[in-house]
Design a protein. Structure first.
Length: 462
Protein backbone atom coordinates (compact mmCIF):
# COMPACT_ATOMS: atom_id res chain seq x y z
CA UNK A 1 0.00 0.00 0.00
CA UNK A 2 1.45 3.35 -1.07
CA UNK A 3 0.92 6.16 1.39
CA UNK A 4 -0.01 9.66 0.23
CA UNK A 5 2.65 11.80 1.93
CA UNK A 6 0.57 14.92 1.38
CA UNK A 7 -2.08 13.56 3.75
CA UNK A 8 0.16 12.50 6.62
CA UNK A 9 -1.44 12.67 10.04
CA UNK A 10 0.38 13.63 13.23
CA UNK A 11 0.68 9.94 14.16
CA UNK A 12 2.21 9.19 10.75
CA UNK A 13 4.79 11.94 11.30
CA UNK A 14 5.52 10.69 14.81
CA UNK A 15 5.92 7.14 13.49
CA UNK A 16 8.34 8.35 10.78
CA UNK A 17 10.27 10.33 13.39
CA UNK A 18 10.92 7.28 15.56
CA UNK A 19 11.80 5.03 12.61
CA UNK A 20 14.47 7.48 11.42
CA UNK A 21 18.07 6.27 11.59
CA UNK A 22 19.22 9.87 12.17
CA UNK A 23 17.01 10.10 15.28
CA UNK A 24 18.38 6.78 16.59
CA UNK A 25 21.96 8.03 16.11
CA UNK A 26 21.14 11.26 17.98
CA UNK A 27 19.67 9.28 20.89
CA UNK A 28 22.76 7.06 21.05
CA UNK A 29 25.08 10.09 20.96
CA UNK A 30 23.13 11.74 23.79
CA UNK A 31 23.38 8.51 25.79
CA UNK A 32 27.15 8.50 25.20
CA UNK A 33 27.39 12.14 26.37
CA UNK A 34 25.50 11.30 29.58
CA UNK A 35 27.76 8.28 30.16
CA UNK A 36 30.83 10.53 29.76
CA UNK A 37 29.39 13.11 32.17
CA UNK A 38 28.63 10.32 34.65
CA UNK A 39 32.31 9.36 34.50
CA UNK A 40 33.65 12.91 34.83
CA UNK A 41 31.26 14.03 37.59
CA UNK A 42 31.42 11.80 40.67
CA UNK A 43 28.02 10.31 41.35
CA UNK A 44 25.91 10.06 44.52
CA UNK A 45 28.34 11.97 46.73
CA UNK A 46 27.22 14.11 49.72
CA UNK A 47 26.10 17.65 48.89
CA UNK A 48 29.07 19.05 50.80
CA UNK A 49 31.39 17.34 48.33
CA UNK A 50 29.94 19.25 45.35
CA UNK A 51 29.86 22.52 47.29
CA UNK A 52 33.54 22.10 48.03
CA UNK A 53 34.82 21.36 44.51
CA UNK A 54 32.45 23.49 42.37
CA UNK A 55 31.69 27.19 42.17
CA UNK A 56 28.23 28.30 43.42
CA UNK A 57 26.92 28.57 39.83
CA UNK A 58 28.33 25.18 38.78
CA UNK A 59 27.04 23.60 41.99
CA UNK A 60 23.53 24.90 41.25
CA UNK A 61 23.68 23.54 37.68
CA UNK A 62 24.89 20.11 38.83
CA UNK A 63 22.19 19.77 41.49
CA UNK A 64 19.33 21.28 39.44
CA UNK A 65 19.97 19.04 36.41
CA UNK A 66 20.59 16.00 38.58
CA UNK A 67 24.15 15.57 37.28
CA UNK A 68 25.20 14.29 40.71
CA UNK A 69 22.94 11.25 40.22
CA UNK A 70 22.74 11.03 36.43
CA UNK A 71 21.61 7.45 36.10
CA UNK A 72 18.56 8.10 38.26
CA UNK A 73 17.85 11.56 36.84
CA UNK A 74 14.75 12.58 34.88
CA UNK A 75 16.89 13.40 31.81
CA UNK A 76 18.45 9.93 31.72
CA UNK A 77 15.13 8.14 32.20
CA UNK A 78 13.46 10.31 29.54
CA UNK A 79 16.26 9.46 27.10
CA UNK A 80 15.90 5.74 27.89
CA UNK A 81 12.16 6.05 27.25
CA UNK A 82 12.78 7.63 23.82
CA UNK A 83 15.34 4.94 22.95
CA UNK A 84 12.86 2.27 24.03
CA UNK A 85 10.14 3.78 21.82
CA UNK A 86 12.61 4.02 18.94
CA UNK A 87 13.58 0.35 19.26
CA UNK A 88 9.94 -0.73 19.62
CA UNK A 89 8.78 1.18 16.55
CA UNK A 90 11.71 -0.07 14.45
CA UNK A 91 11.01 -3.65 15.54
CA UNK A 92 7.35 -3.37 14.53
CA UNK A 93 8.37 -1.80 11.23
CA UNK A 94 10.80 -4.64 10.46
CA UNK A 95 8.24 -7.24 11.50
CA UNK A 96 5.70 -5.74 9.10
CA UNK A 97 8.29 -5.89 6.32
CA UNK A 98 8.95 -9.54 7.09
CA UNK A 99 5.22 -10.25 6.82
CA UNK A 100 5.10 -8.35 3.55
CA UNK A 101 8.04 -10.33 2.13
CA UNK A 102 5.94 -13.44 1.73
CA UNK A 103 3.43 -11.48 -0.40
CA UNK A 104 5.84 -10.58 -3.21
CA UNK A 105 4.60 -10.24 -6.75
CA UNK A 106 6.11 -12.64 -9.26
CA UNK A 107 4.75 -10.66 -12.22
CA UNK A 108 5.84 -7.09 -12.81
CA UNK A 109 4.51 -4.92 -15.62
CA UNK A 110 6.28 -5.98 -18.80
CA UNK A 111 7.75 -2.50 -19.33
CA UNK A 112 9.70 -2.88 -16.06
CA UNK A 113 11.85 -5.57 -17.69
CA UNK A 114 12.97 -3.09 -20.34
CA UNK A 115 14.85 -0.85 -17.85
CA UNK A 116 18.66 -0.55 -17.86
CA UNK A 117 18.88 -2.95 -14.91
CA UNK A 118 17.86 -5.81 -17.17
CA UNK A 119 19.61 -7.53 -20.04
CA UNK A 120 17.89 -9.41 -22.85
CA UNK A 121 19.02 -12.17 -25.16
CA UNK A 122 17.60 -15.01 -27.26
CA UNK A 123 18.11 -18.73 -26.98
CA UNK A 124 17.21 -21.29 -29.61
CA UNK A 125 14.77 -23.38 -27.56
CA UNK A 126 11.07 -23.86 -27.38
CA UNK A 127 9.15 -21.92 -24.79
CA UNK A 128 8.76 -24.94 -22.48
CA UNK A 129 12.40 -26.04 -22.84
CA UNK A 130 13.63 -22.51 -22.17
CA UNK A 131 11.56 -22.32 -18.97
CA UNK A 132 12.88 -25.70 -17.80
CA UNK A 133 16.45 -24.63 -18.54
CA UNK A 134 16.09 -21.33 -16.65
CA UNK A 135 14.52 -22.97 -13.60
CA UNK A 136 17.15 -25.74 -13.40
CA UNK A 137 19.95 -23.20 -13.81
CA UNK A 138 18.62 -20.96 -11.00
CA UNK A 139 18.20 -23.95 -8.71
CA UNK A 140 21.80 -24.95 -9.40
CA UNK A 141 22.74 -21.47 -8.14
CA UNK A 142 20.72 -22.12 -4.94
CA UNK A 143 17.81 -19.83 -5.81
CA UNK A 144 14.29 -20.59 -4.61
CA UNK A 145 12.22 -20.36 -7.80
CA UNK A 146 8.58 -19.48 -8.52
CA UNK A 147 6.95 -18.66 -11.83
CA UNK A 148 3.65 -17.58 -13.36
CA UNK A 149 2.16 -17.49 -16.84
CA UNK A 150 0.46 -14.39 -18.14
CA UNK A 151 -2.44 -15.04 -20.49
CA UNK A 152 -0.57 -17.98 -22.01
CA UNK A 153 1.93 -15.54 -23.50
CA UNK A 154 4.81 -14.49 -21.25
CA UNK A 155 6.24 -16.47 -18.34
CA UNK A 156 7.58 -14.58 -15.31
CA UNK A 157 10.20 -16.25 -13.09
CA UNK A 158 11.11 -15.07 -9.60
CA UNK A 159 14.30 -16.36 -7.96
CA UNK A 160 15.49 -15.54 -4.45
CA UNK A 161 18.26 -16.67 -2.10
CA UNK A 162 19.35 -15.38 1.30
CA UNK A 163 15.81 -14.44 2.32
CA UNK A 164 16.74 -15.23 5.93
CA UNK A 165 18.95 -12.11 5.88
CA UNK A 166 15.82 -10.01 6.42
CA UNK A 167 15.14 -11.84 9.67
CA UNK A 168 18.61 -10.83 10.90
CA UNK A 169 17.71 -7.17 11.35
CA UNK A 170 14.40 -8.22 12.89
CA UNK A 171 16.19 -10.42 15.46
CA UNK A 172 18.69 -7.63 16.20
CA UNK A 173 15.93 -5.09 16.83
CA UNK A 174 13.89 -7.59 18.83
CA UNK A 175 16.96 -8.50 20.90
CA UNK A 176 17.66 -4.83 21.63
CA UNK A 177 14.05 -4.30 22.64
CA UNK A 178 14.07 -7.32 24.97
CA UNK A 179 17.37 -6.17 26.52
CA UNK A 180 15.84 -2.75 27.12
CA UNK A 181 12.66 -4.24 28.65
CA UNK A 182 14.73 -6.61 30.81
CA UNK A 183 16.86 -3.74 32.09
CA UNK A 184 13.70 -1.69 32.77
CA UNK A 185 12.02 -4.58 34.59
CA UNK A 186 15.16 -5.21 36.65
CA UNK A 187 15.45 -1.53 37.52
CA UNK A 188 11.84 -1.33 38.69
CA UNK A 189 11.71 -4.60 40.65
CA UNK A 190 15.33 -5.06 41.77
CA UNK A 191 17.69 -3.07 43.96
CA UNK A 192 21.36 -2.26 44.54
CA UNK A 193 23.04 -1.80 47.90
CA UNK A 194 26.40 -1.93 49.68
CA UNK A 195 27.24 -4.06 52.70
CA UNK A 196 30.12 -3.31 55.10
CA UNK A 197 30.84 -6.43 57.15
CA UNK A 198 33.49 -6.81 59.86
CA UNK A 199 35.12 -10.03 61.01
CA UNK A 200 33.80 -9.52 64.54
CA UNK A 201 30.36 -10.54 63.28
CA UNK A 202 28.74 -7.72 65.25
CA UNK A 203 27.35 -6.06 62.12
CA UNK A 204 25.12 -7.98 59.75
CA UNK A 205 23.50 -7.25 56.43
CA UNK A 206 19.75 -7.81 56.62
CA UNK A 207 17.95 -8.61 53.37
CA UNK A 208 14.43 -7.53 54.31
CA UNK A 209 12.76 -8.78 51.11
CA UNK A 210 13.72 -12.41 51.76
CA UNK A 211 14.09 -12.42 55.56
CA UNK A 212 17.72 -13.50 55.89
CA UNK A 213 20.98 -11.86 56.98
CA UNK A 214 24.64 -12.23 56.09
CA UNK A 215 27.71 -12.20 58.35
CA UNK A 216 31.43 -12.13 57.59
CA UNK A 217 33.22 -15.05 59.21
CA UNK A 218 36.70 -14.22 57.90
CA UNK A 219 38.40 -12.08 55.30
CA UNK A 220 41.59 -13.36 53.65
CA UNK A 221 44.19 -11.95 51.28
CA UNK A 222 46.40 -13.82 48.83
CA UNK A 223 49.66 -12.11 47.77
CA UNK A 224 52.42 -12.97 45.31
CA UNK A 225 56.14 -13.33 46.03
CA UNK A 226 56.57 -9.57 45.68
CA UNK A 227 53.96 -9.00 48.38
CA UNK A 228 51.45 -7.58 45.91
CA UNK A 229 47.82 -8.53 46.18
CA UNK A 230 46.64 -11.36 43.90
CA UNK A 231 43.15 -11.95 45.23
CA UNK A 232 41.02 -11.52 48.32
CA UNK A 233 38.27 -13.68 49.75
CA UNK A 234 35.30 -13.29 52.09
CA UNK A 235 33.97 -16.29 54.00
CA UNK A 236 30.26 -15.49 54.33
CA UNK A 237 27.54 -17.06 56.45
CA UNK A 238 23.82 -16.80 55.73
CA UNK A 239 21.26 -17.09 58.52
CA UNK A 240 17.50 -17.48 58.54
CA UNK A 241 15.59 -17.37 61.83
CA UNK A 242 19.00 -17.26 63.60
CA UNK A 243 19.95 -20.60 62.03
CA UNK A 244 22.96 -20.88 59.72
CA UNK A 245 21.69 -21.97 56.32
CA UNK A 246 24.76 -21.58 54.14
CA UNK A 247 28.49 -20.88 54.34
CA UNK A 248 30.37 -19.93 51.19
CA UNK A 249 33.54 -18.14 50.11
CA UNK A 250 33.36 -15.38 47.52
CA UNK A 251 36.08 -13.55 45.62
CA UNK A 252 36.28 -11.03 42.81
CA UNK A 253 34.21 -12.27 39.84
CA UNK A 254 32.93 -15.22 41.87
CA UNK A 255 29.89 -13.93 43.81
CA UNK A 256 27.41 -15.62 46.12
CA UNK A 257 23.80 -15.88 44.97
CA UNK A 258 20.98 -16.68 47.37
CA UNK A 259 17.25 -16.29 46.73
CA UNK A 260 17.91 -14.08 43.72
CA UNK A 261 20.20 -11.73 45.67
CA UNK A 262 23.82 -11.62 44.51
CA UNK A 263 26.74 -10.59 46.76
CA UNK A 264 29.81 -9.36 44.88
CA UNK A 265 33.24 -8.86 46.42
CA UNK A 266 33.96 -5.14 46.01
CA UNK A 267 36.76 -3.96 48.32
CA UNK A 268 38.16 -4.35 51.79
CA UNK A 269 39.97 -2.56 54.61
CA UNK A 270 41.27 -2.75 58.16
CA UNK A 271 38.81 -1.90 60.94
CA UNK A 272 40.88 -2.22 64.11
CA UNK A 273 42.85 -4.40 66.53
CA UNK A 274 41.54 -7.01 68.94
CA UNK A 275 43.36 -7.94 72.17
CA UNK A 276 42.73 -10.68 74.69
CA UNK A 277 43.79 -9.83 78.25
CA UNK A 278 44.06 -12.62 80.86
CA UNK A 279 44.01 -11.45 84.47
CA UNK A 280 45.97 -13.22 87.26
CA UNK A 281 42.79 -15.04 88.35
CA UNK A 282 42.33 -16.45 84.83
CA UNK A 283 39.50 -14.15 83.82
CA UNK A 284 39.67 -13.10 80.16
CA UNK A 285 38.53 -9.81 78.64
CA UNK A 286 38.44 -8.73 74.99
CA UNK A 287 39.41 -5.17 74.06
CA UNK A 288 39.33 -3.32 70.76
CA UNK A 289 41.31 -0.45 69.31
CA UNK A 290 39.43 0.97 66.30
CA UNK A 291 40.96 2.43 63.14
CA UNK A 292 39.87 5.64 61.45
CA UNK A 293 38.56 5.96 57.88
CA UNK A 294 42.14 5.84 56.51
CA UNK A 295 42.69 2.37 58.03
CA UNK A 296 45.13 3.86 60.53
CA UNK A 297 45.16 4.06 64.33
CA UNK A 298 43.26 7.06 65.62
CA UNK A 299 45.50 8.73 68.24
CA UNK A 300 42.47 9.62 70.35
CA UNK A 301 41.31 5.99 70.47
CA UNK A 302 44.63 4.13 70.54
CA UNK A 303 44.23 2.74 74.07
CA UNK A 304 41.98 0.65 76.28
CA UNK A 305 41.40 0.70 80.05
CA UNK A 306 41.66 -2.43 82.22
CA UNK A 307 39.35 -3.14 85.15
CA UNK A 308 42.11 -2.06 87.56
CA UNK A 309 42.32 1.31 85.72
CA UNK A 310 45.62 0.53 84.04
CA UNK A 311 45.95 2.05 80.58
CA UNK A 312 47.27 0.00 77.66
CA UNK A 313 48.27 2.01 74.59
CA UNK A 314 49.20 0.97 71.07
CA UNK A 315 52.53 2.54 70.18
CA UNK A 316 53.05 1.49 66.56
CA UNK A 317 51.24 -0.70 64.08
CA UNK A 318 52.88 -2.41 61.09
CA UNK A 319 50.60 -4.41 58.75
CA UNK A 320 53.52 -6.47 57.40
CA UNK A 321 56.41 -6.56 59.85
CA UNK A 322 59.87 -8.05 59.44
CA UNK A 323 62.93 -7.73 61.67
CA UNK A 324 66.48 -6.95 60.69
CA UNK A 325 68.21 -7.88 63.88
CA UNK A 326 66.25 -6.02 66.55
CA UNK A 327 65.01 -3.34 64.14
CA UNK A 328 61.45 -3.72 62.82
CA UNK A 329 60.46 -2.63 59.35
CA UNK A 330 57.23 -2.69 57.35
CA UNK A 331 57.45 -4.63 54.09
CA UNK A 332 54.08 -3.69 52.52
CA UNK A 333 50.72 -2.12 53.15
CA UNK A 334 48.98 -5.51 53.04
CA UNK A 335 48.11 -7.17 56.38
CA UNK A 336 50.30 -10.22 55.74
CA UNK A 337 52.08 -10.23 59.10
CA UNK A 338 50.46 -7.54 61.30
CA UNK A 339 52.25 -6.43 64.45
CA UNK A 340 51.68 -3.88 67.24
CA UNK A 341 53.87 -2.46 69.96
CA UNK A 342 52.16 -1.99 73.33
CA UNK A 343 52.83 0.35 76.23
CA UNK A 344 51.24 0.22 79.68
CA UNK A 345 50.80 2.80 82.42
CA UNK A 346 49.77 1.72 85.93
CA UNK A 347 49.54 5.27 87.33
CA UNK A 348 48.00 7.19 84.44
CA UNK A 349 44.87 8.23 86.33
CA UNK A 350 46.72 9.47 89.43
CA UNK A 351 49.41 11.30 87.48
CA UNK A 352 46.87 12.85 85.12
CA UNK A 353 44.75 14.13 88.02
CA UNK A 354 47.81 15.70 89.65
CA UNK A 355 48.99 17.25 86.40
CA UNK A 356 52.09 15.07 86.15
CA UNK A 357 53.38 13.09 83.19
CA UNK A 358 52.46 9.38 83.51
CA UNK A 359 55.10 6.71 83.23
CA UNK A 360 54.85 4.24 80.32
CA UNK A 361 56.45 0.82 80.18
CA UNK A 362 57.07 -0.98 76.87
CA UNK A 363 55.58 -4.45 76.44
CA UNK A 364 57.37 -4.96 73.12
CA UNK A 365 56.11 -6.09 69.72
CA UNK A 366 53.28 -8.58 69.39
CA UNK A 367 52.83 -10.46 66.12
CA UNK A 368 52.10 -13.91 64.71
CA UNK A 369 55.28 -15.64 65.97
CA UNK A 370 55.26 -13.70 69.25
CA UNK A 371 51.62 -12.89 70.03
CA UNK A 372 51.82 -12.47 73.83
CA UNK A 373 53.46 -10.26 76.45
CA UNK A 374 53.22 -10.44 80.25
CA UNK A 375 53.30 -7.77 82.91
CA UNK A 376 52.60 -8.21 86.62
CA UNK A 377 50.97 -11.62 85.90
CA UNK A 378 48.67 -10.03 83.33
CA UNK A 379 48.91 -11.61 79.87
CA UNK A 380 48.33 -9.46 76.80
CA UNK A 381 47.64 -11.25 73.55
CA UNK A 382 47.35 -9.66 70.12
CA UNK A 383 44.33 -11.71 69.11
CA UNK A 384 43.85 -10.47 65.54
CA UNK A 385 43.71 -7.62 63.12
CA UNK A 386 40.03 -7.02 62.39
CA UNK A 387 39.37 -6.58 58.70
CA UNK A 388 36.20 -5.59 56.93
CA UNK A 389 34.81 -6.56 53.56
CA UNK A 390 32.76 -4.33 51.28
CA UNK A 391 30.16 -6.19 49.25
CA UNK A 392 28.01 -4.95 46.43
CA UNK A 393 24.52 -6.37 46.88
CA UNK A 394 22.32 -6.65 43.83
CA UNK A 395 18.99 -8.18 42.93
CA UNK A 396 18.05 -7.96 39.26
CA UNK A 397 15.12 -10.17 38.15
CA UNK A 398 15.55 -8.78 34.64
CA UNK A 399 18.88 -10.53 34.00
CA UNK A 400 17.36 -13.69 32.39
CA UNK A 401 15.35 -11.42 30.09
CA UNK A 402 18.48 -9.46 29.19
CA UNK A 403 20.37 -12.71 28.48
CA UNK A 404 17.58 -13.86 26.16
CA UNK A 405 17.75 -10.51 24.35
CA UNK A 406 21.52 -10.89 24.00
CA UNK A 407 21.00 -14.37 22.53
CA UNK A 408 18.63 -12.96 19.88
CA UNK A 409 21.05 -10.10 19.19
CA UNK A 410 23.99 -12.48 18.69
CA UNK A 411 21.86 -14.81 16.56
CA UNK A 412 20.63 -11.96 14.37
CA UNK A 413 23.91 -10.17 13.69
CA UNK A 414 25.49 -12.88 11.48
CA UNK A 415 22.26 -13.10 9.49
CA UNK A 416 22.10 -9.34 9.04
CA UNK A 417 25.76 -8.72 8.17
CA UNK A 418 27.18 -11.92 6.68
CA UNK A 419 24.35 -13.29 4.52
CA UNK A 420 23.73 -11.78 1.11
CA UNK A 421 20.19 -11.60 -0.22
CA UNK A 422 19.61 -11.67 -3.98
CA UNK A 423 16.42 -11.43 -6.02
CA UNK A 424 16.39 -12.11 -9.76
CA UNK A 425 13.44 -11.54 -12.06
CA UNK A 426 13.18 -13.13 -15.49
CA UNK A 427 10.60 -12.69 -18.23
CA UNK A 428 10.41 -15.27 -21.02
CA UNK A 429 8.78 -14.09 -24.25
CA UNK A 430 7.87 -16.50 -27.03
CA UNK A 431 9.52 -15.19 -30.20
CA UNK A 432 8.84 -18.22 -32.43
CA UNK A 433 8.35 -21.96 -32.04
CA UNK A 434 12.11 -22.55 -31.72
CA UNK A 435 13.27 -19.26 -30.21
CA UNK A 436 12.64 -17.62 -26.83
CA UNK A 437 13.54 -14.07 -25.77
CA UNK A 438 14.74 -13.71 -22.16
CA UNK A 439 14.74 -10.52 -20.05
CA UNK A 440 16.76 -10.93 -16.86
CA UNK A 441 17.87 -8.62 -14.02
CA UNK A 442 18.60 -8.40 -10.30
CA UNK A 443 16.48 -6.24 -8.04
CA UNK A 444 18.15 -3.24 -6.50
CA UNK A 445 21.86 -3.51 -7.40
CA UNK A 446 23.20 -2.18 -10.67
CA UNK A 447 26.73 -3.33 -9.87
CA UNK A 448 25.64 -6.94 -10.41
CA UNK A 449 25.54 -6.46 -14.19
CA UNK A 450 28.72 -8.54 -14.63
CA UNK A 451 27.06 -11.45 -12.89
CA UNK A 452 24.03 -11.12 -15.18
CA UNK A 453 26.25 -11.27 -18.27
CA UNK A 454 27.93 -14.40 -16.93
CA UNK A 455 24.51 -15.97 -16.36
CA UNK A 456 23.59 -15.06 -19.95
CA UNK A 457 26.65 -16.93 -21.23
CA UNK A 458 25.86 -19.92 -19.05
CA UNK A 459 22.29 -20.15 -20.29
CA UNK A 460 23.30 -19.80 -23.95
CA UNK A 461 26.09 -22.38 -23.68
CA UNK A 462 24.21 -24.97 -21.62
Amino acid sequence: MIKDNSKKTFLDSLWSFFTSIKVAVIFILLLAVIAILGTIIQQQMPMEFYQKIYSPLMYKIVITLGLNDLYNSFIFRLLLMFIGINITVCTIEHFNKRLMTGNFKICLPFDAYKSNKYINFSISLTFEKALEKVINYLKSKHFHVSYEKENNENIYVYGEKGRIKGWGSFLVHTGLLIIFLGALYGGLTGFKDMAFLMETGENKYFEKHNNFYVKLKEFRIEADENRRIKDFFSDLEIFEDNMKILEETIEVNDPLQYKGVVFYQSSWGMAGLQFLVTQPDGKEEVYHVPFDETDSINPGQSFFVLENRWIVKVGDFYPDIAFKGDSPENLSSLPLNPAVSLQISTDFMEKHMSGKEPEWKNLGWLYKDHPEAEYERYKFRFDKLIKYSVLQVKKDPGIPIVYFGCFLLVAGMPLAFYISRKIIRICLVKKSDEKTLIYMGFTGKEEEMDELKQMEKDLINL
